[in-house]
Design a protein around this ligand. Structure first.
Ligand SMILES: Cc1cc2nc3c(=O)[nH]c(=O)nc-3n(C[C@H](O)[C@H](O)[C@H](O)COP(=O)(O)OP(=O)(O)OC[C@H]3O[C@@H](n4cnc5c(N)ncnc54)[C@H](O)[C@@H]3O)c2cc1C
Ligand SMILES: NC(=O)C1=CN([C@@H]2O[C@H](COP(=O)(O)OP(=O)(O)OC[C@H]3O[C@@H](n4cnc5c(N)ncnc54)[C@H](OP(=O)(O)O)[C@@H]3O)[C@@H](O)[C@H]2O)C=CC1
Ligand SMILES: O=C(O)C(=O)Cc1c[nH]c2ccccc12
Length: 421
């Protein structure tokens, strides 16, 4: 065993009380697409690893916290993970079910078997020994993993953002976050307030319309709505191609011209555009533009009512900032998500308070002391795929060097033992 590890074991009384294990290779926290992609790339290099997942399944965001009708909103070539493409018969925009099936077969193909129901409570780096100590709780039992490398793969959407709006506790009707919404079926015939106008707010409002409910969507500030396709071609793909030749500001201008040609002036429906362009806003603030799949038509037709902002709630009612009062029966908070890294990672150099790496893309994948982050680039699944490839290469090299070193030491010890016989 490594000499420095003896130091850690000697020092800590706690460890004699708790069950612990020494991991050969990295610990990956999270079995979503990012964690799976990293594990697959490590497997290809022959590096062992342990994946810890708080849920009882892989890709819990996709399996447990998204609505039934969800489809990927970027074309499939931007959403596949490294080393194993989507099956050829997948459509341009795979459904949630297809995507989950792909992820299941991906995990099976690379023999990735996460430890489920293991929620990481804390992770800290022991400077003296050079090891990470990762503490988990599983069925109330505490456990500790000790490892040289820690890969953070808990995602940009780990927790729901639930705003504290005046009077919401007195509302009296059903209040859910978008992550609990499955289908508009149970809202049939109801007046539903959808708070937020990102991709979730737009798509849930559309789903509510499709189930004969009456949604009112709150747009408190501004939003970029782009068509998912322009003249039959993916808007996202078009933007990616243009970025190879043109500066970001110009691509943003062209996107807005195209959006105007295809969608018309969206501001007259209460959808004020931000002053910053859609790609610049995504890159700098992480705010994703809406890729419209039909909600705009329903806004234009009046099926989705758009309002400006909420003042407060009262019993089965909402008061808007313009003083208008609306009777409503249910509220869907499509108010977004946040990272949970600050709640468990005891580290201050690499991650910001908001749970994202401090360094801007493409530098935010590697920290000090064997710390890595995958899937925090605000570039969706393709960003996660490129992080995963880099991380696995880096760890692969370090692991191989250390393993060779250990082998040399083991052989030297063996020789000395033999010579003393
Ligand atoms: C509704 C929706 C649709 C999207 N559609 C697209 C799309 O079409 N294209 C695209 O590119 N991107 C899309 N995204 C972006 C999304 O971030 C990625 O699709 C993808 O899920 C990110 O993968 P991830 O592994 O980084 O995070 P996640 O999928 O969130 O996985 C993180 C995992 O970590 C686990 N975890 C969290 N905390 C802990 C802990 N303390 N201990 C143990 N485990 C923990 C979680 O349970 C989860 O399983 C979408 C996001 C949402 C919310
Ligand atoms: N088909 C797909 O692939 C889908 C993809 N997604 C992705 O999931 C991620 C999360 O999207 P989403 O869930 O829409 O979250 P977003 O963070 O994109 O949007 C949150 C929305 O809630 C609003 N909001 C937050 N707090 C309040 C408040 N107190 N009062 C009023 N409005 C509020 C925000 O307004 P403001 O801007 O003023 O802060 C914003 O409009 C994105 O990356 C998105 O692209 C989501 C759904 C479908
Ligand atoms: O769907 C998401 O949340 C994504 O992050 C995918 C994505 C990455 N870059 C974009 C630019 C415009 C629209 C979606 C995305």
């Amino acid at each position: 065993m490594d000499q420095s590890l003896f130091h850690l074991l000697d020092q800590d009384q706690d460890l004699s009380q708790r069950k612990w294990t020494l991991v050969n290779g990295p610990v990956i926290v999270g079995a979503g697409p990012s964690g799976l992609a990293t594990a697959a790339c490590l497997r290809e290099q022959g590096v062992p690893f342990v994946v810890l997942e708080r849920a009882e399944c892989i890709a819990s965001l996709w399996q447990k916290r998204t609505y039934d009708r969800l489809k990927l909103h970027l074309p499939k070539q931007f959403c596949q993970l490294p080393k194993l493409p989507f099956p050829e018969d997948f459509p341009e925009y795979p459904t949630k079910k297809q995507f989950v099936e792909y992820l299941e077969s991906y995990a099976k193909h690379f023999d990735i078997n996460p430890k489920f129901n293991e929620c990481v409570q804390s992770a800290s780096y022991d400077e003296t020994s050079g090891f990470w100590r990762v503490k988990t709780v599983s069925n109330k039992a505490e456990f500790e993993y000790i490892c040289r490398w820690l890969v953070v793969a808990t995602g940009e959407n780990a927790e729901c953002v639930v705003p504290n709006i005046d009077g919401l506790a007195e509302f009296g009707g059903e209040v859910i976050h978008a992550c609990e919404y499955k289908s508009g079926e149970k809202f049939q015939g109801q007046k539903v307030l959808v708070v937020g106008c990102g991709n979730s707010g737009m798509e849930l409002s559309l789903d509510l319309c499709n189930h004969n409910a009456s949604p009112t969507m709150v747009v408190r500030s501004s939003v970029h709505v782009l068509p998912r396709e322009v003249f039959g071609k993916s808007t996202f793909e078009l933007a990616v191609s243009m970025m190879k030749w043109l500066p970001l500001w110009l691509v943003d201008k062209l996107m807005l011209i195209l959006a105007w040609l295809v969608l018309g002036n969206t501001e007259k429906y209460g959808l004020k555009r931000p002053s910053m362009g859609p790609l610049e806003l995504k890159n700098t603030k992480g705010k994703t533009p809406v890729l419209d799949i039909g909600a705009l038509e329903r806004i234009k037709s009046g099926d989705i009512n758009v309002v400006a902002g909420i003042k407060c709630f009262s019993y089965k009612q909402v008061e808007l900032i313009n003083g208008e009062k609306l009777d409503i029966e249910a509220v869907v908070l499509a108010t977004g998500y946040r990272s949970n890294v600050p709640s468990w990672l005891q580290e201050g150099d690499f991650f910001c308070k908001n749970g994202f790496p401090k360094a801007a893309f493409p530098h935010g994948w590697k920290g000090n002391g064997g710390l890595y982050a995958v899937g925090f680039t605000r570039r969706g699944l393709s960003g996660a795929a490129s992080d995963a490839t880099r991380i696995a290469q880096d760890i692969g090299k370090l692991w191989n060097d250390e393993t060779k070193q250990h082998k040399k030491i083991a052989i030297a010890c063996q020789r000395r033992c033999i010579s003393q016989l």
